[in-house]
Design a protein around this ligand. Structure first.
Ligand code: ADP
Length: 771
């Protein structure tokens, strides 16, 4: 919190506190005196009212004196003179004297004359019975033994209180004896009270003090009135205050309560005075506060702020050359001056310190670089240690969890460590259990152990020695063992032995060996049979070749002569003979074809046929073929299209054989295509191969027949086959030739709509993959 705010709050709190205290003091002191003043005035008013009432009675007493001490009246009480009544006791008497009743009572107690009068209606009325009951001879009001015993006061009648005066009747000289009593009465009714109020200028009211219920404020004051004071004052509310007095009757019995209401103008004046006082005080306080704050601000706070800002600037900038502005001649300017002196001193000592600091910095730097070197050394050493520890742990972990058996032993064969995998091979749970067993319990043949240890001692490094061991449950297992010598950390010679379970491999080897033996036996048998078959085939081929050759010569003779005879060279023959000779010619031709086919086939099968491969152009082969093919196609009116891919490289093939393949395929295409059919030869390059297709739109081949037709002598059943003839060897020969130079042949066909025979031929240049 700023000093300005603190000052403002403090001044504010002090001022408000003072104001509150002043308010309470003025409220209590001033208001108390105002209240006292008010009470005093009210009391005076009550007394004034009571006085007015006694004055009233006093007047009545004077009137009564005039009437009672009079000779006429003295006589009247004895003689009851009617004349006296008519002259004196008339209506005017009552109205003028404002009397309600007059009673003339003889000393014997007899009422000589009585008259009651209503002042409002101005009419005579009956004397109230209640009053008459008072007037017995013994009563205070009637018994006037003494001429001075005048009674005046109030009597409470049921209808109204009555102001009453009782006077002894005497002569004008006031001579005794007292002849009787004169009683005069005036009702203390509302009009009488109003008259009294008018007279005193007060607001009066009267309340009966008998059994009729009393209003709240009366009830509250009655006990106090009885106890101490005759007059009591009580504020009724903010506007009015009341004074009370108890009124007693002639018998000194309390009968009435008088109340005087007074407006509280004094009290209100007091309140207003206090309010003005406080308000003016507040105004003065505010003005004073503002003036004081302005003064404080200008003379102290503003300059203080300036000083603190200056000091803060010095501390932020660190510039010890800066000085604070010093104005005026008071404590604040002294403070500014003192700060300036201090800053100057500080500046000097800071220069000194900076010099020293620089020296220290240099020393520090040197020390730090030394420390850095040391730290690096320590860190390196630590790293090395950790790496060592890690590699040690890794190495242990590796050995323990390696999937192969690992044993570390002395060169004498004493086991130092053995891992889980090795124990599992032998069926043991712990190293202790394993080494507690004798050699004969662990090895299938205990001699193997001796051999193994001898090897270790001799060579140290052993690789893949296969040893048969004994499992804990008695069964045997095979292990391939290799050892590597090493030097332990403590410098002793050790061996790391890696053991691999090869039981399965051994079993397989065993089985394989058995199978091999069996196969070898079968093989021998087979070789023998193959040899026999080969021999038989060769014999067959040789036989066929010989046979064909032997058959071809006479057949050619038959064909030649038959043709000559059909042509009629030797002489004329009949038509019937010509027909017979034609049949001979056809059958011979067929037979020759058959023999040629068989001969070709057997030559290839016997392996005697050799390929005379060269680089050739396909178009050349096809063109030379078309000349041969035209005579076949022309009579059937079939067309032949040729479509060779542009830029097709040279083929690497036997020209004659290639010709034979294409010719056979075109011949078939023509044979199995009805007249006026369409034939086509297509050639495309495919990798290192050329694909040659022969296409027709003939009868087609069923799916199930497509493999079969390459078998020798296979001919399918169809109308054209019958008509066009054939021996069933063409495709067999084609397949054999294609396969001779590594090619393939296949068929695509839609039964009834045509076939496409495709075969592959190697290209002259480079690769020959993907036929
Ligand atoms: P053939 O001398 O009977 O023609 P092939 O070995 O040349 O003997 O043919 C075997 C069989 O294959 C033929 O009998 C024929 O039924 C069928 N065949 C061959 N080429 C076609 C073809 N282009 N269209 C329909 N069938 C054919």
């Amino acid at each position: 919190m700023t000093l300005r705010r603190k000052t403002l709050i403090t001044v504010g709190i002090v001022f408000i506190g003072l104001l509150i205290i002043l308010y309470f003091i003025s409220q209590t002191l001033l208001m108390r005196s105002f209240s006292q003043l008010e009470e005093q005035r009210t009391r005076q008013n009550v007394e004034q009212a009571l006085n007015a009432l006694s004055n009233d009675l006093l007047t009545m007493k004077t009137i009564a004196y005039d009437w009672a001490v009079c000779d006429d009246n003295y006589a009247f009480i004895e003689d009851v003179n009617q004349n006296y009544i008519q002259t004196n006791l008339v209506t005017e008497t009552f109205t003028e004297l404002r009397l309600n009743l007059m009673l003339f009572i003889h000393s014997s107690g007899r009422i000589v004359y009585s008259k009651a009068f209503d002042l409002h209606s101005k009419e005579e009325m009956a004397v109230p019975q209640s009053l008459l009951s008072y007037l017995t001879t013994s009563d205070l009001l009637v018994s006037h033994s003494d001429p001075q015993s005048i009674i005046s006061g109030i009597v409470l009648l049921p209808e109204n209180p009555l102001l009453i005066v009782s006077y002894p009747i005497l002569t004008s000289e006031e001579k005794v004896p007292v002849r009787g009593t004169l009683i005069m009465g005036r009702y203390l009714d509302s009009s009488e009270i109003g008259r009294l109020a008018e007279q005193t200028l007060l607001s009066l009211s009267i309340h009966r003090y008998d059994h009729s219920p009393m209003s709240g404020d009366f009830q509250a004051v009655v006990p106090s009135l009885f106890e101490k004071t005759p007059v009591l004052v009580r504020p009724l509310d903010e506007q009015s205050i009341a004074g009370y007095a108890l009124i007693r009757d002639v018998y000194n019995k309390p009968i009435l309560l008088l109340r005087v209401d007074v407006p509280r103008d004094i009290y209100a004046q007091g309140q207003a005075t206090v309010a003005y006082f406080i308000l003016s005080l507040l105004g003065v306080g505010v003005v004073l506060g503002v003036v004081m704050m302005l003064f404080l601000d200008k003379q102290v706070l503003f300059r203080l702020t300036q000083l603190s800002q200056g000091v803060r600037n010095i501390s932020i900038s660190g510039g010890l050359s800066v000085r604070l502005p010093v104005t005026g001649e008071d404590e604040l300017s002294d403070l500014g001056g003192a700060i300036n002196v201090m800053v100057e001193t500080l500046g000097q000592s800071s220069d000194m310190l900076q010099g020293k600091n620089k020296q220290l910095d240099a020393q520090n730097e040197e020390l730090q670089s030394q420390a850095e070197v040391l730290r690096n050394e320590i860190a390196q050493r630590k790293q090395a240690e950790q790496a060592l520890l890690k590699s040690e742990a890794k190495y242990r972990n590796l050995i323990e969890n390696a999937p192969v058996g690992i044993v570390i032993s002395t060169p004498e064969g004493r086991i130092l460590e053995i891992n889980k995998a090795r124990l599992a091979m032998a069926g043991y749970d712990s190293k202790e259990e394993y080494i507690s067993r004798s050699a004969s319990e662990r090895y299938y043949d205990p001699k193997d152990r001796e051999h193994w240890i001898a090897l270790l001692r001799e060579k140290g490094k052993v690789e893949g020695l296969e040893v048969r061991f004994k499992h804990k449950d008695g069964t045997s297992y095979w292990v391939s063992m290799s050892s590597i010598p090493q030097i332990s950390e403590s410098g002793e010679q050790q061996l790391i032995i890696v053991a691999q379970d090869i039981t399965e491999r051994k079993q397989m080897e065993h089985e394989l060996q058995e199978r091999n033996e069996r196969l070898d036996a079968q093989n021998e048998e087979l070789i023998e049979k193959t040899w026999e078959v080969e021999r038989a085939t060769q014999l067959k081929s040789e036989f066929l070749a010989n046979m064909s050759h032997e058959l071809r010569t006479p057949l050619n003779v038959i064909i030649g002569f038959s043709q000559l005879m059909v042509d009629g060279v030797p002489g004329k023959i009949s038509e019937e003979q010509r027909q017979c000779l034609s049949d001979v010619l056809d059958s011979s031709q067929h037979l020759l074809n058959l023999i040629n086919g068989v001969l070709d086939l057997s030559r290839i099968e016997s392996g005697k046929e050799e390929l005379n491969t060269r680089d050739i152009t396909l178009t050349e082969v096809i063109e030379s073929l078309s000349r041969t093919m035209m005579p076949i196609l022309a009579p059937r009116e079939q067309s032949l299209d040729i479509e060779v891919e542009e830029g097709l490289p040279l083929l690497h093939a036997d020209k004659a054989k290639l010709r034979q393949v294409i010719l056979n395929l075109v011949d078939n295409a023509s044979k199995y295509t009805p007249d006026r059919g369409k034939l086509k030869i297509e050639a495309v390059r495919n990798g290192g191969w050329c694909r040659v297709s022969v296409i027709d739109n003939g009868i087609g081949i069923k799916e199930e027949d497509r493999e079969r037709i390459f078998e020798p002598f296979c001919r399918l059943d169809n109308s054209l086959a019958e008509e066009r003839g054939g021996v069933g060897l063409g495709l067999t020969l084609v397949k054999q030739i294609v396969e001779m130079y590594g090619g393939q042949i296949w068929i695509e066909s839609e039964y009834g709509r045509g076939s496409r025979f495709t075969f592959t031929v190697p290209l002259a240049a480079s690769g020959k993959s993907n036929p």
